[in-house]
Design a protein around this ligand. Structure first.
Ligand code: NDP
Length: 241
């Protein structure tokens, strides 16, 4: 079956106004799906993508965004939990707030949107959940105890969700990017970027579209029998996931 045969589905990507999230939105749009993204501050989106305001740290805001998407596109059949932040610093300098705020956005935020989306998916008896983790989640990274913990936690969510809802036509998979050229990596000091580059077998950072294509495929009918998987898109950096 071709991917286009599954379209148009109602697809929602959190944090889809820029970076990897926007590239994912564009990939689903090209596939013929009905695509919505969440944003926090006013943003100009490409034509054809519906923007809904939401902060994933706020359950009421998440619920309002889903209602808007459901009214425009129908129940969400593909959910990509992509919104994420970093607050990098070494352990001894990391405040409890640095830790809990990253967990609240990256991990509890994913829980909030997945819980909200699962209601519709259970009714539809089909659905695709994709969680955007990171190579740091399983490989670890100095200065990222908060971020790595949040990203590793997404694997637990995907696998438990698979065991809870796998029999209802719902899959849940983790995509774990390595270094992708976005605002998030542009913030890294040049020395750190050079350091990482030397340890990536592919010898380069990736473009966001390279992550987006994998997310689109894992959400297609062709991938219906893959669930609870962790798919690295990292040029070989974290082999052994
Ligand atoms: P960006 O920093 O470019 O974008 C992050 C997105 O998340 C933005 O849309 C942002 O919205 C949104 N966001 C942040 N906090 C919230 C919140 N509380 N509620 C709703 N939306 C929020 O990041 P990337 O595109 O680089 O990363 C996207 C995902 O991929 C993240 O989960 C990140 O951890 C992961 N990742 C990125 C890698 C990389 O190399 N870039 C590598 C591995 C994983 P706003 O514009 O309003 O701030």
């Amino acid at each position: 079956m071709t991917e286009a045969a599954t379209a148009p589905r109602s697809v929602l990507i959190t944090g889809g106004n820029r970076g990897i999230g926007l590239a994912i939105a564009e990939a689903f749009l090209a596939n013929g799906d009905k695509v919505a993204v969440t944003y926090r501050s006013e943003t100009k989106l490409p034509e054809g993508i519906l923007g809904v305001k939401a902060d994933v740290t706020d359950e009421a805001s998440v619920d309002a965004a889903f209602k808007e998407v459901e009214a425009a596109h129908g129940p969400v059949e593909v959910l990509v939990a992509n919104a994420g932040i970093t607050k990098d610093t070494l352990l001894l300098r990391m405040s409890e707030d640095d830790f809990t705020s990253v967990i609240d956005t990256n991990l509890t935020g994913a829980f909030r949107v997945i819980k909200r989306a699962s209601k519709g998916m259970i009714r539809l008896r089909k659905g695709r959940v994709v969680l955007i983790s990171s190579v740091s989640g399983l490989y670890g990274a100095p200065g990222q105890i908060n971020y790595s913990a949040s990203k590793a936690g997404l694997v637990g969510i995907a696998r438990s969700l698979t065991r809870e809802l796998g029999s209802r036509g719902i899959t849940a998979n983790v995509v774990a990017p390595g270094f992708i050229n976005t605002d998030m990596t542009a913030e890294l000091p040049e020395a750190t970027q050079k350091d990482y580059l030397s340890s990536i077998p592919a010898g380069r950072f990736a473009e966001a579209s390279e992550v987006a294509n994998v997310v689109r495929w894992i959400s297609s009918d062709e991938a219906a029998y893959i669930s609870g998987a962790v798919i690295p898109v990292d040029g070989g950096l974290g082999m052994g996931h």
